[in-house]
Design a protein around this ligand. Structure first.
Ligand code: SF4
Length: 238
């Protein structure tokens, strides 16, 4: 069977063997990040809806698990767009929990984390990996090219609320781009905000594959290791 919504499993730097679930068609996203590894966004939206059929995702996963294929360490929502835009995210996670005890991770750009319905659905996951690339509105807009309704302040407040409501692991991801958010000044500001969010880990990252926009440039590992120190002991370079 060729799966439409399952990706992998692939060996991931952070999650070991990870079976991806892609609940959003390419390329629908609330952001159009310079560094996106998928492609440029052609449907920039904050509308939540059932972009792809939730029951079809669950039936593909059921098929995968019944076929006794390689058991992943995580089932991970990510893929071709922002997974929290799928209004059935909570329903799908609940469905996965009925099929298997493999932990569920959600990788999100945090764009609509200020919405209570989104946070409530995320509570069902075992691990949340939200992004925070900048805390200054102008830097945020340059790197992530967000939908016009999105404000960085609302994202930060949403992440702080999530921490209060969610008692499992949160790994905050900061993607650093040369000339955009790699100054000590901006990183110090992100670190201050990260303290308030209080994640379990902070993962510093840079480009790994070809970006959607060629102006996006990688920050070398040595520099990432320097910047990591600003975040303290819970930070790691991945
Ligand atoms: S949030 Fe993710 S999928 Fe959306 S543009 Fe950014 S990197 Fe790409």
């Amino acid at each position: 069977m060729n799966y439409k919504y399952l990706v992998g499993p692939i060996t991931s730097r952070r999650l070991g063997l990870s079976l991806g679930i892609d609940p959003i068609p390419s390329k629908t996203c609330s952001f159009d990040c310079l560094y996106c590894e998928v492609t440029k966004t052609n449907n920039k939206t904050v509308e939540r809806k059932e972009y792809v059929n939730a029951d079809e995702i669950l039936s593909e996963l059921k098929h995968y698990l019944e076929k006794g294929k390689k058991k992943p360490d995580y089932i991970t929502f990510s893929g071709s767009g922002e997974p929290t835009l799928n209004s059935k995210l909570g329903y799908i996670i609940k469905g996965i929990k009925k099929l298997t005890n493999i932990p569920v991770a959600v990788i999100t750009n945090s764009s609509i984390i200020d919405r209570l319905d989104v946070r409530e659905e995320l509570l069902k996951a075992d691990l949340i990996i939200p992004s925070l690339d900048a805390v200054t509105e102008s830097v945020f807009k340059k790197i992530d090219l967000p939908h016009k309704s999105i404000k960085i302040e609302n994202i930060i407040n949403g992440l702080i609320e999530l921490r209060k409501e969610y008692n499992k692991e949160i790994w905050l991801e900061v993607l650093v781009l040369k000339g955009y958010n790699d100054s000590i000044e901006e990183i110090k500001k992100i670190a201050e905000v990260a303290k308030k969010i209080n994640p379990d880990k902070i993962q510093i990252n840079s480009l790994d594959r070809a970006p959607a926009y060629s102006i996006a440039q990688k920050v070398e590992e040595d520099k990432l290791n320097e910047l990591k120190k600003i975040f303290g002991i819970i930070a790691e370079v991945i």
